[in-house]
Write a protein that binds this ligand. Structure first.
Ligand code: WQD
Length: 341
């Protein structure tokens, strides 16, 4: 069975393509390479032995999008990762984010409906919850104001898909809300290649440890948490990837209860920044150079998932621990240094 993956040369997209291939899918990859490179395709080939069809197109170009999807209208589904995802960048350039993330989504949905491609899996985010009052967060936790234009594009994207699903019952969609994806494929052939300075904690940790960055700043230790630092739900990128394969199989096998379902993808375990640093130091045998600094605007004290729906409905079980993720992130950082990526 064929599946089209947009944003497939990106971090989660490339890991998902590996998992799809390893579970018997033929994959077609679309990406505009604005935030990634074809290096990921070489890594996918090293791991799977497969060279996959790749189309470098901008999904904001409706004609180019329709041409490619028409050429693969026999696909059983589309997994849509392609989007800009930097929170600070979205604050600096909100219109870029609204235009890019939403126009591309509408173009894809228009083609899906015209071509009759039956299944759609959407890359959403825990950031749609905003500053949740109750923990752990379930899929029914009330959606609050988004903390950034990026998160708002995910909220609007979900609403677009919900209304699309009401209008076109022949199409079935799943919205996957990622918590904090971290780590890299155990082979170290693929991983996250940050553009410029990283925004997220784990690449910051590994770049500090390898000497690319001088020091890690822990953004606040005066939160109302067990050790004062923020708590998040860190989830290995390979566990996130496999959830996409399970979600597509769930739709292909028509196990879905409705034609638009939502799933949290988190480990269900809250981990503080200090605990994440301790885990890194333990597995890497590196002492991390960090200081405690001021809080970062927009950070919530704690957020972690209730992943019951994904485990019961999709049959998803996290295979990797925080230590596995930290070690794979460190091995990938060393590989990027070796390859001068
Ligand atoms: C994690 C924790 C920081 C860097 C982001 C996006 C969200 C989603 C997941 C896409 C926080 C602390 C970080 C540093 C630090 N992405 N930190 N020093 O903010 O939870 O979520 O990634 O969907 O949309 O917002 O992740 O990795 O930036 O921060 O102390 O140098 O690490 O304060 O508590 P975040 P993060």
């Amino acid at each position: 069975m064929k599946v089209i993956v947009t944003g497939g040369t990106g971090y989660i997209g490339s890991h998902t393509i590996v998992d799809l291939i390893q579970h018997g899918f033929d994959v077609v990859c679309i990406d505009n390479l604005s935030r990634s490179s074809t290096y990921a395709l070489a890594g996918i080939e090293k791991i799977t032995g497969k060279t996959i069809p790749f189309y470098r197109i901008d999904l904001c170009d409706a004609n180019a999008t329709h041409d490619v999807l028409s050429a693969h209208q026999d696909a059983v589904g589309i997994i849509h990762f392609a989007a800009l995802k930097s929170v600070p960048e979205s604050v600096a350039a909100p219109l870029l984010y609204y235009k890019n993330n939403l126009e591309s989504l509408v173009n894809i949905l228009e083609s899906i409906e015209k071509l009759g491609i039956p299944n759609f899996v959407f890359s959403s985010s825990c950031s749609v919850y905003g500053n949740a009052d109750v923990l752990p967060v379930t899929e029914n936790t009330p959606i609050k104001n988004a903390e950034s234009p990026y998160a708002h594009t995910k909220q609007i994207g979900e609403d677009i898909i919900r209304n699309f699903s009401k209008r076109y019952p022949a199409q079935a969609s799943i919205l996957l809300r990622y918590f904090n994806p971290i780590g890299a494929h155990p082979s170290a052939h693929i991983g996250e290649i940050p553009i410029d300075k990283p925004n997220n904690l784990v690449p910051y940790i590994t770049q500090t440890a390898i000497g690319k960055l001088e020091q890690l700043c822990v953004y606040g230790n005066d939160y109302n948490t067990r050790d004062g630092s923020c708590i998040r739900d860190y989830i290995h990128v390979c566990d996130i990837a496999h959830a996409h394969t399970l979600a597509l199989q769930y739709l292909v096998n028509k196990r879905n209860d409705s034609n638009c379902e939502v799933f949290n993808l988190g480990s269900g375990i809250g981990v503080s920044v200090k605990e994440a640093i301790d885990a890194f130091e333990k597995v890497s045998l590196q002492k991390l150079n960090y200081v405690i600094g001021e809080r970062r605007a927009g950070d919530v004290a704690a957020v972690y998932a209730d992943n019951t729906n994904a485990t019961t409905q999709l049959g998803w079980q996290c295979q990797y621990s925080l230590d596995d993720a930290m070690l794979s992130a460190w091995n990938w950082e060393k590989k990027m240094q070796e390859l001068q990526l």
